[in-house]
Design a protein around this ligand. Structure first.
Ligand SMILES: Nc1ncnc2c1ncn2[C@@H]1O[C@H](COP(=O)(O)OP(=O)(O)O)[C@@H](O)[C@H]1O
Ligand SMILES: [Mg+2]
Length: 321
C-alpha cells in the first residue's frame, strides 16, 4: 500500500489548516511581526496541533527552518533526560539563517512535575535564542510557572462539515468516491479527530474505491493482521514510539478492543515463530508476557496501558533474520 494519507495531506501552511479560526489569524500576526512568545497548544488528538506548529515554524523561519526547528516528544521512551539533553545541545548553538530557533515539545502533560520544573528553567535559560511551542491535551496538567510563560491556544475538535469538506478534497485527489452516508459515518466515528477521519477514509478505500457506509463499518471493526505484524516488528526493532503510535492508531481507527488486540498479537507472534522469524527463547519469553498481560486486561486493567507495557517487553529482543 502507498503511504499514509494523513502525511500526504498534512497542511503545509497556516492557511491550509482546517478550522481553528480563532487561532490561525493570531499566529499569522506573529509571522508578520517576525517574532513570537512561547506558545502552548492544547486540545484533543488529531485536530492540528503538530501540523500548525510545523506550518508556523516554516513560515516563521523561512528557507532554513529545518536547521532551526527541533521536534521532541516529552514521553520519549529514552527518558526525559535525553529530551533535556537534546534541548540543551540544540539551544546552545546559534541560529543559522533565521532570527531564532523553535523547539516543539509534544505531549508535555506526560512529564512529571519535577521534569516540568526543569523544563521551565530551560525555557528561561534559552529565551534569547529559542522559542518553545509546547503541546498537550490538557493545560490543567501543566504547572503554573510554565503556563504563565506561554500564550495559550486551545485547539478544538473539527466540525463535521469541515471534516466532510476535507475528505472530499482528498477523495478526489486519490480518485476514489465516497457516498454521503459513508462520509457521515466517518464523521460519526472520528468524533472531531481529523487524523482518525482521514485514516478511516484511506482504510475504507482499500476495500473498494467506491466507499460506502458498509466499507466504513467493515474497516472500523477489526485490526488487520499485517498492521499487527508491523506493530510487533517495530517493537522488536527497538522503535517503541513507532510501535506505540501504530498500536494506538489501529485501536482507535479500527475500534479494536484490548482483548481482540492481544489475541491478534498472540496469533501473529505464533505465526512468526512458525515462519522461523523468532528463535525459541524469544518466543517463549514473549508468550509468557502475552499471557501475563492478557490476564490483566481480562481482569479489567486499562487495555491501552497494558498493551503499551506489553510492547516494552518486545524491545531489545533479537529477531532471527
Ligand atoms: N486542522 C486540520 N486541518 C487539516 N488536516 C488536519 C487537521 N488536523 C489534523 N489533520 C490531519 O491529521 C493529521 C494529524 O494531525 P496533527 O496535527 O498531528 O494532530 P495533533 O497534533 O493535534 O494530534 C495531519 O497530518 C492531517 O492530515
Ligand atoms: Mg501531535
Amino acid at each position: 500500500m502507498q503511504g499514509p494519507w494523513v502525511e500526504k495531506y498534512r497542511p503545509q501552511t497556516l492557511e491550509e489548516v482546517v478550522g481553528q479560526d480563532h487561532i490561525i489569524p493570531r499566529l499569522k500576526r506573529y509571522v508578520e511581526e517576525g517574532n513570537m512568545p512561547n506558545l502552548m497548544f492544547t486540545g484533543p488528538a488529531g485536530v492540528g496541533k503538530t501540523t500548525t506548529a510545523l506550518a508556523l515554524a516554516k513560515e516563521m523561519l523561512g528557507e532554513y527552518w529545518r536547521q532551526n526547528f527541533l521536534e521532541l516528544n516529552a514521553s520519549d521512551a529514552r527518558g526525559i533526560d535525553t529530551v533535556r539533553n537534546d534541548i540543551k545541545n540544540f539551544s546552545r548553538l546559534k541560529s543559522v539563517g533565521a532570527p531564532f530557533r523553535i523547539i516543539f515539545l509534544d505531549e508535555v502533560d506526560n512529564m512529571t512535575k519535577d521534569a516540568q520544573h526543569a523544563l521551565r528553567r530551560e525555557m528561561e535559560m534559552y529565551t534569547k535564542t529559542s522559542s518553545f511551542i509546547l503541546s498537550c491535551n490538557y493545560s490543567s496538567k501543566i504547572i503554573d510557572p510554565i503556563q504563565s510563560r506561554c500564550a495559550i491556544f486551545r485547539f478544538t475538535p473539527i466540525k463535521g462539515s469541515q471534516i466532510i469538506k476535507r475528505l472530499k478534497i482528498i477523495a478526489e485527489a486519490e480518485n476514489v468516491t465516497a457516498t454521503a452516508g459513508a462520509l457521515e459515518s466517518i464523521v460519526y466515528f472520528a468524533e472531531g479527530d481529523m487524523r482518525r477521519a482521514v485514516n478511516i477514509l484511506q482504510a475504507s478505500s482499500t476495500i473498494d474505491n467506491q466507499i460506502t457506509e458498509e466499507s466504513v463499518h467493515e474497516v472500523i471493526s477489526k485490526a488487520k493482521p499485517q498492521d499487527v505484524r508491523k506493530i510487533i516488528n517495530s517493537a522488536l526493532d527497538g522503535k517503541f514510539m513507532e510501535a506505540r503510535d501504530l498500536l494506538r492508531e489501529v485501536m482507535v481507527v479500527q475500534g479494536t478492543s484490548g482483548e481482540d488486540m492481544i489475541t491478534q498479537i498472540y496469533q501473529e507472534v505464533s505465526k512468526m515463530a512458525m515462519e522461523g522469524l523468532l528463535d525459541q527463547e524469544t518466543y517463549i519469553d514473549l508468550i509468557e508476557n502475552i499471557g501475563k498481560f492478557d490476564y490483566r486486561i481480562r481482569e479489567g486493567s486499562n487495555p491501552r496501558i497494558q498493551l503499551e507495557a506489553l510492547l516494552t517487553k518486545f524491545l531489545l529482543k533479537d529477531k532471527e533474520s
